[in-house]
Design a protein around this ligand. Structure first.
Ligand SMILES: [Zn+2]
Length: 328
């Protein structure tokens, strides 16, 4: 069964918000669009794994997508974790097209398209490192250590994969998505004794779920864009223009006359993705382009946001995430 499904990653939602707010003629726009297309392709590739994962035995496999766990001083990220009573398997998923050459001596994956060569981190080395981190994490949880099987999944089925002939060890760790069920079945036949009781397994599932900490990137910093460069104001859902005007307790679009009661919610969500997860009255006044301090207060209170601080120092927490990302 799927415990944690593949959802649109935060970084993609942040990039969508950024592309919505950055002016059309901004010098960084093209770069952001290109990065967005790459991220989207990766997401679609991982999403397509769900079909192959659906062939796993429903009752004894628990699947987690995109787990980010903290081990002592560092976070580590697992694309897919398959938990069974007998063993654990972790998958590193790559969607790289072209002719791929694994050079484990240099822990590098070299991609060749036509005459152009490009280096990527070796997914086998990456997934082995995650297995090591996961082992350390499990040790801390006081749960018996199961066997851990790392695998690198090359999602692009048209990729041609080549290995250094001296490097036979890693050959069986790189598989196409369609081979996941048979590989898991192979491990199942290999490990005949249960590593966990039912109770331990449930405890582990709950610990993994609670411990997941999604990353909210400092996306404006990454592209060196200041908040002032973004389009300010509330966007009209109908014609997408900025800004709507606050009139008689409603939002009104000067371009198409559309009225809205809640158009500010999307703006506050975008603010939380791009700028900060908390907002003061003065900041909201500026970002939503509302003149009255009182109507901003009413707007923020109407969506019952938690607050910190008092009086003029009050900040409203913009808690729009399904789970708790670490702070900006
Ligand atoms: Zn409009």
């Amino acid at each position: 069964m799927i415990v944690k499904s593949k959802t649109k990653p935060l970084i993609l939602r942040q990039m969508e918000a950024l592309l919505n707010r950055i002016p059309d003629n901004h010098s960084k726009r093209k770069l952001i669009e290109e990065d967005f297309a790459k991220q989207m392709a990766g997401y679609k590739g991982e999403k397509s794994l769900e079909y192959h994962l659906s062939y796993l035995p429903e009752k004894e496999s628990y699947v987690f997508h995109d787990l980010r766990l903290f081990n002592k001083q560092h976070f580590f990220q697992i694309d897919v974790l398959i938990l069974t009573p007998f063993f654990l398997s972790i998958l590193e998923v790559k969607n790289i097209s072209g002719s791929l050459y694994f050079n484990s001596a240099y822990t590098q994956l070299v991609r060749r398209i036509e005459d152009k060569e490009e280096g990527f981190p070796d997914p086998v080395a990456q997934v082995k490192r995650q297995a090591f981190h996961l082992k350390c994490w499990l040790e801390e949880q006081n749960i018996p250590m199961p066997p851990i099987e790392p695998l690198a999944v090359i999602g692009n089925e048209r990729s041609v994969i080549k290995f250094d002939p001296r490097d036979k060890m890693n050959l069986h760790l790189v598989i196409p998505p369609a081979e996941i069920p048979s590989k898991i079945n192979y491990f199942r036949n290999r490990y005949k004794t249960e590593a966990h009781t039912n109770r331990q397994l449930k405890k582990l599932i709950s610990k993994l779920t609670i411990s997941h900490t999604p990353l909210l990137s400092k996306i404006l910093q990454r592209y060196q864009i200041s908040p002032a460069e973004l389009k300010q104001g509330v966007q009209c859902h109908k014609c997408t223009s900025f800004p709507m005007i606050r009139l008689h307790g409603r939002w009104s679009c000067p371009a198409c006359n559309q009225l809205s009661k809640d158009a500010h919610i999307q703006s506050l969500q975008e603010y939380s993705f791009l700028i900060s997860q908390s907002i003061s009255n003065a900041q909201a006044k500026k970002f939503l382009q509302v003149e009255s301090r009182d109507s901003v207060k009413r707007l923020l209170q109407s969506i019952s946001l938690k607050t910190i601080g008092t009086k003029r120092g009050t900040k409203y927490l913009l808690d729009f995430f399904a789970d708790n990302p670490d702070s900006l």
